[in-house]
Design a protein around this ligand. Structure first.
Ligand SMILES: [Zn+2]
Length: 256
């Protein structure tokens, strides 16, 4: 049905995809791509007052609601906040997810992100991208003919690596036309919006996401953009599919 047009955003926590790559997911959805958003955890530490079970249920529903705005499917691997590990048990869950989705594009965190759950997810996504299609790696059947997908690392919050240097973006996707819907998706995460408002006293949740996209935009002459870095290691597709998909409409822009 989707003829190989399947994108998986595999991130650590509910709301990470909405902050880092939802504009690009919206554009792919508009081009007829099947969109999947997966989180390693249900966000069980994102609260000051609820139990882990209560907040996890709430956040999974919020993530499902956000995904539904672009007809995407939400998956949760039920790992725990602050405890995501590159381990055999987690890899098995990730291999199953990848074989169920058979993505041809994967978006994940930067391996130099500030948050260790994000770093571990980047490693898990990289491992699964490479080997999930091997027959003996998992008992979960592959839904489609599987192969190594195009792998892109997303921006990090703040746009820098752990040494304070700007990330070396290989792609900027112009998302000016998608900002309203991206913001609506982020606002589905009501528990986090409210928590941050209570904690910091200002509506930083949406404004910081918008400021980051504006900053990426200034780097490529767009009003708003999302930045990515393509993984080009041996065995991965080396053609830049994001540029190919969006170039025709001049919706990808280049560093100035
Ligand atoms: Zn996160």
């Amino acid at each position: 049905m989707s003829e190989g047009k399947r994108v998986l955003a595999f991130v650590a926590h509910p709301d990470d995809a909405e902050i880092l790559c939802a504009g690009t997911l919206i554009k792919l959805h508009q081009l007829g791509w099947e969109v999947h958003i997966a989180t390693a955890t249900a966000g069980d530490c994102g609260t000051l007052s609820l139990s882990s079970t209560e907040i996890s249920q709430q956040r999974k529903q919020e993530a499902t609601d956000a995904a539904a705005l672009i007809n995407a499917k939400y998956h949760c691997l039920e790992e725990l906040d602050g405890k995501v590990c590159y381990s055999e048990s987690t890899l098995n869950k990730v291999y199953s997810l990848f074989r169920e989705v058979c993505p041809t594009i994967v978006l994940t965190h930067s391996e130099l992100d500030y948050m260790m759950d994000h770093v571990e997810v980047a490693k898990l996504a990289r491992a699964a991208s490479f080997i999930h299609s091997a027959p003996n790696v998992s008992t979960t059947p592959c839904r489609y003919q599987a192969s190594v997908p195009h792998l892109y690392y997303c921006d990090s919050v703040g746009g820098t690596d752990i040494y304070g240097k700007a990330l070396p973006y290989s792609n900027y996707v112009d998302i000016a036309g998608e900002m309203t819907l991206k913001t609506q998706m982020l606002l589905c995460h009501k528990s986090q919006d409210e928590w941050l408002r209570e904690y910091h006293g200002v509506d930083e949740y949406v404004s910081s996401m918008q400021a980051q996209c504006r900053e990426r935009g200034t780097e490529c002459k767009a009003q708003y953009a999302e930045g990515f870095i393509q993984h080009l290691g041996h065995g991965y597709p080396s053609d830049d599919i994001l540029s190919k998909l969006f170039n025709e409409n001049e919706e990808i822009c280049h560093a100035v």
